[in-house]
Each structure stands twice: as C-alpha cells, then as structure tokens.
Design a protein around this ligand. Structure first.
Ligand code: ASP
Ligand code: MG
Length: 430
C-alpha cells in the first residue's frame, strides 16, 4: 500500500477532543497499512484570533511579522496532534512547512509554492513514523523568511505534498461529508456529488463555494492528483475530484444523458461588491484607463458590464464586481482618475451576491441560461449582471436574494434530494 496524505481543517481539530478524535482516525489509516502524512490547519478560529491580535497592536502589521505570527497557529496544532498520536502508541513527528521542504516565493501572505523537497518526511515515513506537517506555510527561497500561502492554504500544502511524495490520494477532511450540489447551510435539499471533475470544482471554488482552496484544485489538476473530500466526523465516502474522463467513465450508461447531469452544482458568493463608473465618455481608451488604474492598485476584477451608450449624451456606464475587501482601494484608485477620464461619478454597492450554476454538460445543451433565468424570475429575483464561461452561468443579485436564487436554481435543475443528506457537523465549512 502506498502513501496517503490527509489534511484536517481547523474545525476538525478545534479542541483537545477534536485532536484526539483525529489522532484516532490517523492511527486507523496507519493500521490499514498506509504510510500516512498529515497536513493540519490551525485549531478552530486561531488564525482569525491571531490576525485580530496583530491588528490590536498595529494598524498595518508588517507582512513578514504577520506571517511569522500566523504560522504559529499551525505549529500548535501539529505538535498537539503528534502528542495525541504518540499517546495512542504510534510514532509521530511534526514538521513546520519549512522543515517539510515547502519552498515558496517571497510574497508574504500569498506566497506561491515553487518547489517541495520533502526529504525529512520521506525519512520519517521510512522509519515507520507518521509525519505531521503544518499547513499553509513555507519558506522563501530567496529571503529565507517564513511565508504563508493565503487563507485556506493548507489544502494547497496537502496537494503539493501528495504530488511530491507521489501519494495515491490526497484526502481533505472538513466538517461536511463532501462537495454538495449547493451549500447545505442554505439549501437543505443539497445532494452529495460522488465524483466531480477538476474543472467543475475550479469553477465552483472560484464562484464562492467554500469547498476547497482554488489553488489546491489548480495544483491537483496540473499533476492529476485525485482529491477525496470528506468529513472527519463520519466514516462516509465523500466526493472524489478527478479528471473529467474519470467522471464520465464512472457514470452509469443510462445516466449520461440525464438532464440532472448537465448542471453539477450551484455556487454562491457573498463576499463581493459592485462599483459603477457613471457617465464615462464613449471613446477609445476610457475602459483601458479605468482598468489599468485598478490593475496597478492590485484589484482583482471579476465581472464587467458596459452599457450601450445613450446616443444623446455619448456617455456610458461601466460596472464591475470585485472582492469587498478591495473596495476601498478600488474607489481611491478610480477617484484619482476622475479629471483624466472625465466620468461623472462613482457608485459603490456592497450588498450584492453572486449565484452561479456550474456543469460540464452545459456546453452542449441549449436552453440552460433560459431555464436558470426563468427560475430566478419565478422566484422574484432581479438579475443585475450576467457572465458566463463554457461550463458556468453567473448572475449578480441583491445580497438579500442570494438564498432564494440558490434555492430556485437548485430546484429548476432537479438537483435536490428528497431525503435530507447533508449533515453540517460544526465549524465554518473549512
Ligand atoms: N489556518 C489558515 C487559515 O485559517 C490556513 C487554513 O486553514 O488552511 O486560513
Ligand atoms: Mg482555517
């Protein structure tokens, strides 16, 4: 039997009892004959608490020191988990990201993994020990400083280690039983998806589904590392994230053309805001100037809509969505442009939400958008913006209508189940 990498999220190790429960699961996997590598997140809300602490002592904590502070969260969980395992009579050794060979660039707070050299992990495994690795952290190749990979980054640590160790599978444990057709917290009829492609999972994650860290799915797709998403609170089979070919191959012949399979799931996102630049002169170069300024301010733009300009005035409106946390930066960058671009005014709206339907089958099925929009209209939900990809249709709606929109789309594509399947075991979904 080969190597298994297991990642446990913060809600799975929220307290001593959780740590002991997880330790027992790890020992069970080891007893089955696997070589086990565990990646662990900080206990419960530790990371949030540490960020709060930093903000209490400094309005703008230096990025290097913030990373040093935040990585302490995972140091606590890895050490106590190793202790709990040893208490069960099995050898376990904990390693920081740096000790585990997670090499990153020097971008504090959002470092990218550039290499994994897991020599010490391999040694521990070959000596029969269970290796416990602190998630979400690494060491910069150039500065030698400790870095973090961005919030939720432990998933990426786990996949990167699984790839470097040529593991059979990367198991990601959280507090739900897998990936569902919608967030069970707002759609009680959500159904567990047995298998889903990397591409669909990427779209779901990018559209706000709090299932997996986006970069971890990108990484898994690049190296074709199967991910098994499951709950640490139950023994149920979870969701397998695999290549698209492997999803179709496992679908029973008769089901492949079923409508239900066209849409895989509904994702929603309440973390966005919308900015409208009102009264932009309709001439070449204006949109370029606006989005150049936003790019220079490092603002991540999602949807963009430009209205047809009114013939009488020659003016148009440009709206776009962005993460709420970047709203202030974007407004400041745009305000500086007012004289140059000559727009009329800016509008900021942070009470918006985004709802998306995702499914590989939609590229060859006409009428999907129509059915989606009709379901929203029947539910009295007004659409503010629309965007699409080959396997996704997204709409921006008022935040207060997000749940109605999710429920309507879920029903319209017959995604629901009659028996309630989803159990939320605790925590925040991470
Ligand atoms: N503890 C970090 C966070 O809360 C990393 C993780 O949970 O994956 O963002
Ligand atoms: Mg966490």
């Amino acid at each position: 039997m080969g190597i298994v990498v297991q990642k446990y999220g913060g809600s799975s190790v929220a307290d001593a009892a959780g740590v002991k429960r997880v330790a027992q699961r790890i020992v069970n996997a080891k007893k089955l004959g696997h070589q086990v590598v565990v990646v662990v997140s900080a206990m419960g809300d530790t990371t949030d608490d540490l960020i709060e602490l930093a903000n209490e002592v400094s309005p703008l904590p230096p990025a290097r020191e913030l990373d040093m502070l935040l990585t302490a969260g995972e140091r606590i969980s890895m050490a106590v988990l190793a202790m709990a395992i040893q208490n069960l009579g099995h050898e376990a050794r904990s390693f920081t990201g740096s000790q585990a060979g997670v090499i990153t660039d020097a971008e504090h707070g959002r470092a990218k993994i550039i290499d994994v050299a897991p020599g010490r992990i391999e040694t521990a495994l070959s000596e029969g020990a269970i290796a416990i690795v602190a998630g979400f952290q690494g060491v910069s190749q150039t500065t030698k400083d400790i870095t973090t990979l961005g919030r939720g980054g432990s998933d990426t640590t786990a996949v990167a280690l699984a790839v470097a160790l040529r593991a059979d599978v990367c198991e990601i444990y959280s507090d739900v039983d897998g990936i569902f057709t919608a967030d069970p917290r707002i759609e009680p009829r959500a159904r567990k998806i047995p298998r889903i492609s990397y591409e669909e999972t990427l779209e779901m994650a990018a559209q706000g589904a709090k299932i997996l860290h986006l970069r971890c799915v990108e990484y898994a797709r690049r190296y074709d590392m199967p991910i098994h998403v499951r709950s640490s609170f139950s023994e149920k089979e979870g969701t397998w994230v695999v290549r698209a070919e492997d999803v179709t191959a496992s679908t029973p012949e008769g089901n492949r053309t079923m409508e239900a399979a066209i849409i895989t799931g509904v994702a929603h996102d309440r973390s966005q805001a919308k900015i409208t630049v009102v009264g932009v002169p309709d001439k070449p170069g204006e949109a370029a100037a606006i989005f150049r300024a936003l790019a220079e301010a490092q603002v991540n733009i999602d949807m963009i809509v430009q209205n047809v300009s009114a013939a009488a005035t020659g003016l148009t409106d440009i709206s776009f969505t962005l993460p709420r946390g970047e709203g202030q930066t974007a407004m400041t960058a745009l305000a500086r442009l007012q004289a140059d671009v000559g727009y009329d005014r800016l509008q900021y709206d942070d009470s918006v939400g985004k709802v998306s339907i995702v499914g590989a089958g939609m590229s060859s099925a006409p009428g999907i958008s129509a059915r989606f929009f009709e379901s929203l209209s029947d539910a009295g939900v007004n659409i503010e913006m629309i965007s699409t990809s080959e396997i996704r249709v997204s709409v921006v709606v008022s935040e207060s209508q997000v749940q109605d929109a999710v429920n309507a789309a879920h029903a319209a594509f017959a995604l629901g189940t009659d028996e309630i399947e989803a159990v939320v075991y605790g925590g925040t979904g991470r």
